[in-house]
Design a protein around this ligand. Structure first.
Ligand SMILES: Nc1ncnc2c1ncn2[C@@H]1O[C@H](COP(=O)(O)OP(=O)(O)OP(=O)(O)O)[C@@H](O)[C@H]1O
Length: 236
């Protein structure tokens, strides 16, 4: 089991009142699995992704990553968990607009202390795979939405995380660009990366192995298909 949430309760304070957003929520994610999570606006999907990524603490329950109890780690150890294992992709890309593509993607590798020449070759390889090698020196502000999302994916996967957390990753893209981004997610999944995608879009969730709905503060399973069927369906 790669990630396991057990009895997670998360509450936020609004004014003088506390509200439970997630309540005794359970989730088990195997290595290499692809998971889609849907649910009404404001039900707590982003909150859940942030918990999985070690960005948000929670009030009750436990979270295990590869058998390690994340809830028992210090803040520094959790930051280390995040840096080594987790990558985020969001709808709004969260790129640094005033820097070029190379410098945006180099950041996570610099944090990991990778030597400069290795950073350069890793970036060139990843941009080539995502078919945006021509953008390497361009400023983010000059790129199209689809190109920006590819750069955001490149930045996310360059450090070879075990888990990719995506929050409405195709929300601001047109249909054709969405299809090309979904093909990239399929490729990453085929290579064994674990994906958790928050989406309201059925064309995104239908490509995942397990679909859940966040409802009444818990996850309800909506569907499952085996990886074999999943892989076959890509090639039809
Ligand atoms: N830091 C915070 N402090 C107080 N309330 C918060 C905080 N973060 C989120 N919330 C509230 O928690 C609830 C869940 O928010 P969250 O962003 O996780 O929902 P969501 O399902 O991702 O929504 P959407 O689909 O609209 O993006 C919302 O009511 C939100 O206002």
């Amino acid at each position: 089991m790669l990630l396991e949430l057990s009895g997670i309760t998360k509450r936020f304070k609004n004014g003088s009142q506390y509200t439970n957003i997630l309540e005794k929520l359970d989730l088990r994610i195997h290595e290499g699995e692809s998971v889609a999570i849907k649910g009404k606006s404001g039900c707590g999907k982003t909150t859940l992704l942030n918990i999985l990524g070690g960005l948000l603490p929670f009030e009750e329950g436990e979270m295990f990553f590869n058998g390690t109890n994340i809830s028992k780690l210090t803040a520094n150890e959790i930051a280390e968990y995040r840096r080594k294992n987790v990558a985020f992709v969001t709808q709004n890309f969260h790129l640094l607009d005033d820097r070029n593509v190379f410098n945006n993607i180099a950041l996570p590798l610099q944090y990991l202390g990778m030597p400069k020449n290795q950073i350069k070759s890793e970036i060139e390889k990843t941009l080539y795979e995502l078919e945006i090698e021509h953008t390497i020196k361009r400023s983010i502000s000059t790129l199209s939405g689809g190109e920006r999302q590819r750069v955001a994916i490149a930045r996310a996967i360059i450090k070879k995380p075990s888990i990719l957390l995506a929050d409405e990753p195709t929300g601001s893209l047109d249909e054709e660009t969405e299809e090309s981004i979904l093909n990239i997610f399929d490729m990453l999944h085929q290579r064994g990366m674990t994906l958790v995608i928050v989406t309201h879009d059925d064309s995104v969730s239908s490509r995942c192995q397990n679909l859940y709905e966040l409802h009444h503060k818990k996850l309800a399973p909506l569907g499952h298909r085996s990886k074999t069927n999943y892989q076959r369906s890509i090639f039809i």
